[in-house]
Design a protein around this ligand. Sequence first.
Ligand code: ZN
Length: 232
Amino acid sequence: MSTPAAASSPPLICVARWGGEQQLVAAADVESGALLAAEYPIAFVEIEPDDEDGAPMLLLESILATDDTHARVVAEDLKLTPWTLGVGDRATLAALARKYRRNPDKLAQLYHRVAANNIRYAQAGVIGYGIWPLVSRANHSCDPNARLGATPKQPLAELLLATRPIARGEAICWNYLGDESFLALDWMARNAQLLEDFQFLCRCPRCEAERPAAVAALPRQEIAAFFGLSRR
Ligand SMILES: [Zn+2]
């Protein structure tokens, strides 16, 4: 599927170094409700509701299918979160590397980036997953200052909207789970879901304040077991 070029964004945000990594930051004082960005995807794949679990892999394959799209996604140097690969994922990646004649290690790296940065889009009956590079620079927070939206006037555009006043220099963050009810959950339930869906423990200020001491002491490799999660 062809994807339109990124829309020009209002100069309310910029990508800057914040908290040790490249993040989306307010470039000016922002009012609540302000449109921070309207961005089109550089890669997008429509997904049937039954296939949502395999969405990152389907998105990866759609990226590989077009050299141009592949080059654009690689050039974005998206955030890399090491992703635990199951046996099935490893076999699929090996098959894709052969099919599209890609270096298997580079392909696995690309999959990690796609898995960590893909965003779900649902609007007017279209459900899909894609890469919106600017929006994906914003971190998750359980006390977010922005949210994603969509409009039928701009199909496939992700709108990033301020949900409260944001001071210049503050990092922009949104709730990766999308659903408002997620924010009502306690630390344990929120982080179990973030681990399951995104493979990270949240370090937003709210989670830092609410995190049980027992978890803080756990080594990284024991976190999933603590939550009763088995890695695929
Ligand atoms: Zn959090």
